[in-house]
Design a protein around this ligand. Structure first.
Ligand code: ADP
Ligand code: FBP
Length: 307
């Protein structure tokens, strides 16, 4: 069973207009409100790829109810811990350029956290746990490390997409799979911007920490996958960028789905990058047929034999 944890979900409020002018009234040509947050997005994409999952994390208030109701309408199991504060709203302005204004995170109490950790006692060998997105301020930065340790005690695999201190701690617990984008990798190693080739030593450093799959995404410039068997580069297909929100989550979902389908590591890599780009080329999330189509445009080269 696949479980996704979103500690800091959101209603994603997409607002579309030709251009934005600060200090005045801007009127949207259209807008849309959807349940969002990285773990929730992974579950949404997994469903489109044909894989059920259960969403967990913290929701509260009327915004939290919206998230639970819309996920259940989409046929996605929502098993969230209810908190007292309202779940945040993240504004995604899609104008001449994409601008995001992510709301402040709600207050999470100690007992809320205990409830979530208790839920994870169900994990068993063969399960996958996805930990994705930012960590609310009132939760310690070590939370992803703690949850990864809990999951590994129960022989479940852990897939992480996060950033900053929470990500730094999480890699100490040796999750199965991590997907930093290249900015997050540079931030982790305190370097300047990295090209795929320049990322190699850092990918190897992470592999030495007993992380099985290190996937670094470079938006439209390709992606790097490090494994014990080898380090690979995938080009990203060309296409019209319509909406990058959820693209990273689609890479995580694509890789997880492909492994669940017993695809080879290289094919799982291809499938995950195709899923990311198929989402980037859509208003919403990718559909499976688009992913299968884009796979044909992706070539994998071996940057280096195993480490
Ligand atoms: N301009 C683009 N053209 C094609 N694919 C893209 C583009 N931007 C993003 N993608 C796809 O989305 C994936 C994740 O994008 P990226 O921005 O690296 O991650 P994140 O959304 O986590 O920051 C990429 O690996 C790629 O497959
Ligand atoms: O674009 P990505 O990185 O795949 O994730 C998009 C999701 O992440 C969010 O921007 C939240 O990100 P954070 O959890 O890092 O605050 C959501 O609003 C959105 O649904």
């Amino acid at each position: 069973m696949i479980f996704t944890v979103t500690l800091n979900p959101a209603i994603d409020h997409f607002v579309r207009l030709d251009r934005v002018e600060l200090g005045t009234v801007n009127r949207a040509s259209s807008d849309q409100k959807v349940a969002g947050g990285k773990g929730i997005n992974v579950s949404k994409v997994l469903k489109r790829l044909g894989h059920p999952s259960e969403t967990m994390g913290f929701i509260g208030g009327f915004t939290g109810r919206f998230i639970k109701e819309t996920l259940e309408q989409e046929g996605i199991t929502a098993n969230f811990t209810e908190i007292a504060s309202d779940t945040r709203i993240n504004i995604k302005i899609q104008a001449d350029q994409e601008t995001e204004i992510n709301g402040a995170s709600p207050r999470i109490l100690e007992e809320d956290l205990k409830n979530l950790i208790t839920q994870l006692e169900r994990l068993k060998a063969g399960d996958q746990l996805v930990l994705a997105g930012s960590v609310p301020e009132t939760i310690k930065d070590t939370i992803y490390m703690t949850l990864t340790e809990e999951a590994r005690k129960r022989k479940a695999d852990v897939f992480i997409d996060s950033s900053g201190r929470a990500f730094e701690y999480a890699i100490k617990a040796a999750p199965t799979f991590i997907k930093p984008n290249h900015h997050e990798l540079a931030e982790l190693f305190e370097t300047g911007p990295l090209t795929p080739k320049e990322s190699l030593p850092y990918v190897k450093e992470l592999l030495k920490k007993d992380i099985k799959y290190v996937l670094v995404s470079f938006a439209g410039e390709g992606a790097v996958l490090g494994t014990r068997e080898g380090i690979y580069f995938a080009n990203t297909p060309k296409g019209e960028l319509k909406n990058s929100v959820g693209a990273g989550d689609s890479v995580v979902a694509g890789f997880l789905a492909a492994l669940s389908e017993n695809k080879s590591t290289v094919d799982a890599f291809k499938f995950s990058v195709a899923a990311g780009s198929a989402t980037a080329f859509s208003e919403g999330f990718c559909q499976r047929e688009d992913v299968e189509e884009l796979m044909k445009e992706i070539n994998i080269i071996n940057l280096e034999e195993g480490v």
